[in-house]
Design a protein around this ligand. Structure first.
Ligand SMILES: C[S@@+](CC[C@H](N)C(=O)[O-])C[C@H]1O[C@@H](n2cnc3c(N)ncnc32)[C@H](O)[C@@H]1O
Length: 351
C-alpha cells in the first residue's frame, strides 16, 4: 500500500497547534453528549432529586437516605447535575439552581418536570439507570453499543492535528536525543494521539496496545502513513499486558485510566513505573474533574456515564491522580490544564 503523508491523513505535523483545541469543535461535543445530558436529567427527575432539595440545601447522606439511593452512585449523579448548572454545591451541601427550583421541583407552582423527560429516554435500558443509582450496583452496568466507540475513533482522527501541539508543548522534540526513544501508547484506540510522531522523530520506536478491534484500525492507519515498520502492535487486555522492565522513555495513557477504579489504577501505575527507564515519564491525557466536583461540565457528565456503563470506571481529579502517582513512586508531577498530567520516574543521577 502506498504511504499517505500525515497531512493527507489529517495530521498536522508542524507541532504549532494551540493545545487548548484538544476538545472537538463545540457543536460536535454538544451533539455527542446530548444523549447523556438527557439520560442524566431523566434519571434525576425519575428519582425526584429536585423535589427533595426544594426545602433547602442538603448533604449527600441526607439525600441518600431520603431518596433511598446508594451514596457513591448518587454523588456521581448530583455532581454531574452541578456540572450542568442544575444544582450547586457549597460546604458539602447540594442546592437547586433557580431554573431547577422553578421548573423541576414538584412543589413549585411552575413545576413541569414531566415535560422535561425525553420520550426517547423512556426505554428499558434507560429506566435501568435509576435502578443503578438506587442500588449502586455496578454489575448492572449498561453496555454502550460498540459501534458508538468506533464512531468515536473515526471522529477523533480529526483531532490528531491538535494533539501534535501537545507533544510539542511536552518537548518531545528535544527529548528524543539518544540513539533510540521508546514510547508505549497503552489503550491507543486508533492511535491518533501518537501515530503522527514517527515521521517527525527519527529515533522514535513505538509500541501500541489495545483490544483487537482498535489495533486493527491503528495498524491500518500506520500502514497508510508508511510508518508501520517503526511501530509494534499488540492486541491485548491492558490487565494481561506485561510491559518490559526499565524499557520505555515515555508511556502515554490517553483517556484510559478512567476505565480503572482506584485499586486497579494503583496496580496499573505501579506496573508502568517499573517499565519506565530511570528518568522516564508518564503522560496522562483525558478528562479531569475539578477538585470540588461541581463545575467541570463534560468531565462530570462523563463520570456519571462511567458510573452507569462500567464496573468501576470514573473521572479523577488531578489531586486524586497525584495521590495514585505518588503511591506508585512517581515524582515531579505536573498538571497542565485542562487535560494533561505528566510525572517522572526518579533518575538516581538527578533526583
Ligand atoms: C477513550 S479510548 C482512548 C483511545 C486513545 N488512547 C485516545 O486517546 O484517543 C479508550 C481506549 O482504551 C481501551 N481500553 C480500555 N480499557 C481497556 C482494557 N482493559 N484493555 C485494553 N484496552 C482497553 C479501549 O479499547 C479504547 O480504545
Amino acid at each position: 500500500m502506498s504511504g499517505l503523508s500525515p497531512k493527507q491523513l489529517g495530521f498536522d505535523v508542524s507541532g504549532n497547534q494551540d493545545v487548548t483545541q484538544a476538545h472537538g469543535p463545540g457543536i460536535l461535543d454538544d451533539i455527542q453528549w446530548g444523549t447523556w445530558r438527557t439520560i442524566l436529567l431523566d434519571t434525576a427527575i425519575e428519582l425526584d432529586v429536585f423535589s427533595a432539595l426544594y426545602g433547602g440545601p442538603k448533604t449527600l447522606d441526607d439525600l441518600g437516605r431520603e431518596l433511598k439511593c446508594a451514596p457513591a452512585a448518587l454523588a456521581a449523579l448530583l455532581d454531574a447535575l452541578c456540572g450542568q448548572r442544575l444544582l450547586g454545591k457549597q460546604d458539602g451541601r447540594y442546592r437547586l439552581s433557580d431554573a431547577a427550583s422553578a421548573f423541576l421541583a414538584r412543589q413549585s407552582p411552575a413545576a413541569t418536570p414531566d415535560y422535561y423527560r425525553s420520550p426517547a429516554s423512556r426505554t428499558a435500558a434507560r429506566g435501568g439507570v435509576a435502578e443503578i443509582i438506587r442500588h449502586g450496583d455496578r454489575r448492572l452496568a449498561i453496555a454502550e453499543p460498540s459501534d458508538a466507540k468506533n464512531a468515536l475513533m473515526t471522529w477523533r482522527q480529526s483531532l490528531a492535528a491538535s494533539f501534535s501541539g501537545i507533544w510539542a508543548r511536552l518537548g518531545l522534540n528535544e527529548f528524543v536525543t539518544g540513539p533510540q526513544h521508546r514510547l508505549l501508547d497503552l489503550g491507543c484506540g486508533a492511535g491518533i494521539r501518537t501515530l503522527m510522531l514517527p515521521s517527525r522523530l527519527k529515533h522514535l520506536r513505538m509500541q501500541l496496545v489495545d483490544r483487537k478491534s482498535a489495533i486493527e484500525v491503528a495498524e491500518n492507519i500506520a500502514r497508510q502513513l508508511g510508518i508501520a515498520d517503526r511501530v509494534d502492535f499488540a492486541a491485548s487486555e491492558i490487565e494481561d499486558f506485561t510491559p518490559e522492565r526499565d524499557a520505555y522513555d515515555t508511556i502515554f495513557l490517553g483517556s484510559v485510566i478512567n476505565y480503572f477504579g482506584p485499586e486497579a489504577a494503583n496496580e496499573l501505575l505501579r506496573r508502568l513505573f517499573r517499565s519506565l527507564r530511570n528518568g522516564g515519564r508518564l503522560v496522562l491525557f483525558g478528562p479531569l474533574a475539578d477538585d470540588a466536583r461541581c463545575s467541570e461540565t463534560l468531565p462530570l457528565l462523563l463520570d456519571f456515564q462511567f458510573y452507569v456503563t462500567t464496573p468501576d470506571g470514573r473521572v479523577y481529579t488531578p489531586a486524586e491522580l497525584f495521590g495514585h502517582l505518588g503511591e506508585a513512586g512517581f515524582i515531579r508531577k505536573k498538571f497542565i490544564p485542562p487535560m494533561l498530567i505528566e510525572a517522572r520516574k526518579p533518575d538516581l543521577r538527578q533526583d
